[in-house]
Write a protein that binds this ligand. Sequence first.
Ligand code: MN
Length: 209
Amino acid sequence: MPAPFKLAPLPWDEDALAPTISANTISFHYHKHHQTYVDTLNKLVEGSKFAGMKLEEIVQATFKSNDAKEKTLFNNAGQVWNHDFYWRSLTPAKTEPSGELNSAIAAAFGSKDALIAQLADAGKTQFGSGWAWLVMKDGKLAIEKTPNAETPMAVGTNCLLTVDVWEHAYYLDYQNARPKYLEAVLGKILNWEFASENMSKKAVRAAAE
Ligand code: MN
């Protein structure tokens, strides 16, 4: 869906992930941070050559641009996409990997615990702000990390799950203890059904489905 972009609704109540992530954190993160990315994106897109483009197309078209305005556009478009993907990567529903996803996890990592250990390590070692990802690359599951607003989707990689490791994602609940936030989120509220859905989709997902 092209501009103006809207803040997509959260897939659960704001207090649904507590105590892993408090309602207070979700409220600030969603209504302040995510909303600001959406508003800034809309201002930057208005009247530009990007006005008729879908969110994914803007992210891919501005990734690695040398133009200052396009870099800012990338940062905001990337953050809108990443946050929408992050909310859907989390659930209070206590899901488990099944079927094709379960087989792919066994093939690539040996076990779900080994996958989680690698995803946690990616999140811990991302220096400064960024994201840790479970992706599907060359027909195989893999772990990636990206700085700031970057996303594997920018180069067409199929994303399955993400975890936000910007300080605003955990500071109110865990202060500086990013590893504790990662341990809790990865162990308790990852949405494995969302990962399965993404596995069967094309490389680039449509934001407004
Ligand atoms: Mn965030």
